[in-house]
Design a protein around this ligand. Structure first.
Ligand SMILES: Nc1nc2c(c(=O)[nH]1)N(C=O)[C@@H](CNc1ccc(C(=O)N[C@@H](CCC(=O)O)C(=O)O)cc1)CN2
Ligand SMILES: Nc1nc2c(ncn2[C@@H]2O[C@H](COP(=O)(O)OP(=O)(O)OP(=O)(O)O)[C@@H](O)[C@H]2O)c(=O)[nH]1
Ligand SMILES: [Mg+2]
Length: 466
């Protein structure tokens, strides 16, 4: 933890909250006790700032206070604490978005005593000041980065506090078990068995272990909607890999030619398959080559193949399978893959049966990147391979990796407590330790127990001005 002094954490912070560049409106956000002072110094409205009502828009000019030269015509709002995003006074200036205008306004704001906000610092303050918990802060990140309807829904659900809500009864069960166990610790000689150890264990199983297991299961089922998958299209040159990329994107993204060795670099684009966010990756055709550029492309293709969630191993149905195809198949067959036979629009039945004979243990997927035939079946096969299901299923709450790890720790601790309670000889001190560990792990999720390091890691992945 790098300790930050009070001056730093209590400073008024400012940032441009919108993407920099020409646009209709750009927003400068300010949070902290200097907000009103800054507004008075820089803003020239029709009536004085001290008469401004909170959360109302006012029209005027931002000026350089030293020269009174106008910088921009703007709308501003001053939101007085505590009913604000950060729980501090918040000032927002809506200016014209341009390369220079917003920077000029920001510079003036900084001159009046604010400092530049760190990425995520507004949201970090919302957390530190108790407006949101850590899981909600993380949900904001998910919300901004969501690339599919399902991911967006999950993020919104978590932003509304769904995860913390689910954990509340778990926490209460552990807390009340701890209270009972602590009585036993404090009064070891008295026979104050208010609730039998067995009932206590049973209650923990029902109220804590089962819900924790359910949440961990949701992680498994839903994590793909949160994290997305990488689908790599691989195969010999000229089989139609780039054509498939284009067909799936419905856009002429990659160059397609009849010349083998057309694609050299990795081409990566975003797509959605049955609600799953997908990184679709087109690669250079795999072959031995003397061409230095192509060789690098082949090397990069192999790196992508090694880390793919799904490899679409593509073959040219208009030809017979080649030696090269079989060799490549040996390289990928232990990895998660689908065998895709392309160009069925011009393939002979004879060739297609050849493929069936060559790959008797594979469920071949026949497509035409040119006509679009079979693409629906391909999407379904990809979905089934990664999810193990045929139908879309998104749990209501899906923890992220960090939360999942904390849930696992909590589960282990509660399980230990339960097995301790079920022993003939119960040691309440030990059970109490397990229960306290469980509470600490649960607290990590919502941020009651946390470290500066963890906070830095989470909030620094936000955008500036968020
Ligand atoms: N102009 C503007 N638009 C924005 C944001 C912002 O900061 N400014 N937001 C930034 O992410 C998002 C909205 N999120 C927000 C969440 C809470 C509060 C807030 O002031 N909450 C107070 C008051 C609520 C009320 O009036 O009922 C509170 O919870 O006490 C504001 C924005 C998206 N749109
Ligand atoms: N008839 C037919 N032709 C196709 C189909 N898919 C691709 N082709 C043709 O096959 C040739 C090669 O297509 P590409 O998509 O460039 O093949 P590639 O696998 O990306 O090739 P490299 O980048 O060289 O590895 C082009 O002439 C395409 O028009 C298809 O489904 N049917
Ligand atoms: Mg290509």
């Amino acid at each position: 933890m790098k300790p930050k002094d009070l001056e730093y954490t209590e400073a008024t912070i400012a940032a441009i909250a919108t993407p920099v560049g020409p646009g209709a409106i750009g927003v400068i956000k300010v949070s902290g006790s200097l907000s009103e002072h800054i507004l008075k110094r820089l803003f020239r409205p029709k009536k004085p700032v001290k008469e401004f009502q909170s959360h109302r828009l006012y029209y005027g000019y931002i000026v350089n206070p030293e020269t009174e030269t106008p910088v921009d015509e703007v709308l501003v709002t001053l939101m007085r604490n505590p009913h604000t995003y950060t729980r501090e006074d918040v000032l927002e200036i809506y200016g014209h978005s341009g390369y220079l205008v917003l920077t000029k306004i920001l510079e003036l704001v900084l001159k009046e005593g604010a400092r530049l906000a760190e990425p995520g610092e507004f949201t970090k303050r919302a957390f530190l000041n108790g407006r949101i918990d850590l899981s909600q802060a993380e949900a904001l990140l998910d919300l901004i980065n969501a690339r599919s309807e399902e991911s967006l829904k999950l993020a919104l659900n978590q932003l509304r506090g769904a995860l913390a809500e689910k954990l509340k009864p778990v926490r209460e069960a552990v807390l009340s078990a701890l209270a009972v166990v602590e009585v036993a610790v404090d009064f070891p000689d008295e026979d104050v068995e208010l609730i039998s150890h067995y009932d206590l264990a049973e209650n923990l199983e029902k109220q804590a272990i089962i819900p924790l297991r359910e949440l961990l299961k949701s992680y498994q089922e839903g994590r793909l909607y949160r994290e997305g998958i990488a689908v790599v299209i691989a195969g010999r040159p000229n089989v139609g890999k780039s054509s498939l990329l284009n067909a799936l994107l419905a856009e002429e993204r990659a160059i397609v030619t009849p010349i083998p060795g057309t694609t050299r670099d990795i081409i990566e684009e975003f797509a959605t398959i049955k609600g799953l966010p997908v990184r679709l990756i087109d690669t250079a055709g795999l072959r031995k080559t003397e061409d230095i550029v192509e060789e690098i492309g082949v090397k990069k293709a192999k790196e992508k193949i090694a880390t793919a969630d799904v490899i679409l191993f593509m073959l040219d149905g208009s030809q017979e399978p080649t030696e090269e195809d079989l060799k490549l198949y040996q390289e990928i067959k232990a990895l998660p893959h689908l065998v895709v036979i392309n160009k069925i629009d011009i393939a002979s039945d004879e060739n297609l049966s050849r493929y069936r004979e060559t790959f008797p243990h594979e469920k071949l997927i026949f497509i035409s990147a040119r006509t679009g035939e079979g693409l629906e079946a391909l999407a379904e096969a990809i979905f089934e391979l990664v999810t193990g299901r045929s139908e879309e299923f998104v749990p209501a709450v899906v923890p992220n990796l960090r939360q999942k790890m904390a849930l696992e720790k909590a589960l282990v601790s509660v399980e230990q407590a339960v097995s301790g309670l079920k022993k003939a000889n119960v040691y309440p001190e030990l059970v109490a330790i397990d229960l306290r560990d469980a509470l600490a792990s649960l607290g990590e999720i919502t941020g009651e127990t946390t470290t500066e390091d963890l906070l830095d890691r989470i909030f620094s992945s936000f955008c500036l001005g968020k």
